[in-house]
Design a protein around this ligand. Structure first.
Ligand SMILES: [Zn+2]
Length: 118
């Protein structure tokens, strides 16, 4: 009777220790993964992705301003400065990835030298 009880408790403790060990291994391997290449790569990847998203948002704003400019002037703006001066664009946006925006005067579409067109 007592022997059976002790052995059941022993199994439970061993099981708990095993789970604890597994959790430790997972935590340690997670930390190691975070400190090695994985961290730097995923950080620069997410930075690039964030920059691209800002760039796409800029392009959409420029496109809308470009269309508004066309409606007003019956021709597309030659460049971003002209859009800004017309008041259609609040300011000249900068690509966070260091790209340059180019307006196509034939259709008013903007392209980024780094991210292309969305
Ligand atoms: Zn860009």
């Amino acid at each position: 009777m007592t022997g059976a009880k002790r052995s059941t408790r022993g199994t439970t403790i061993r099981f708990a220790a095993c789970v604890l060990f597994a959790a430790c291994v997972l935590a340690v391997s997670g930390c190691v993964g975070g400190f090695t290449g994985g961290a730097t790569e995923s950080t620069s990847d997410s930075t690039r992705e964030a920059q691209r998203e800002v760039c796409v948002a800029n392009e959409r704003n420029i496109d809308m301003a470009s269309q508004a400019y066309y409606t007003d002037q019956q021709s597309f703006a030659p460049d971003l400065e002209a859009l800004a001066q017309s008041g259609m664009l609040a300011d000249v946006p900068k690509c966070p990835g260091g790209g340059t925006y180019t307006l196509d005067v034939s259709n008013g579409e903007v392209t980024c030298s780094v991210h292309g067109r969305y």
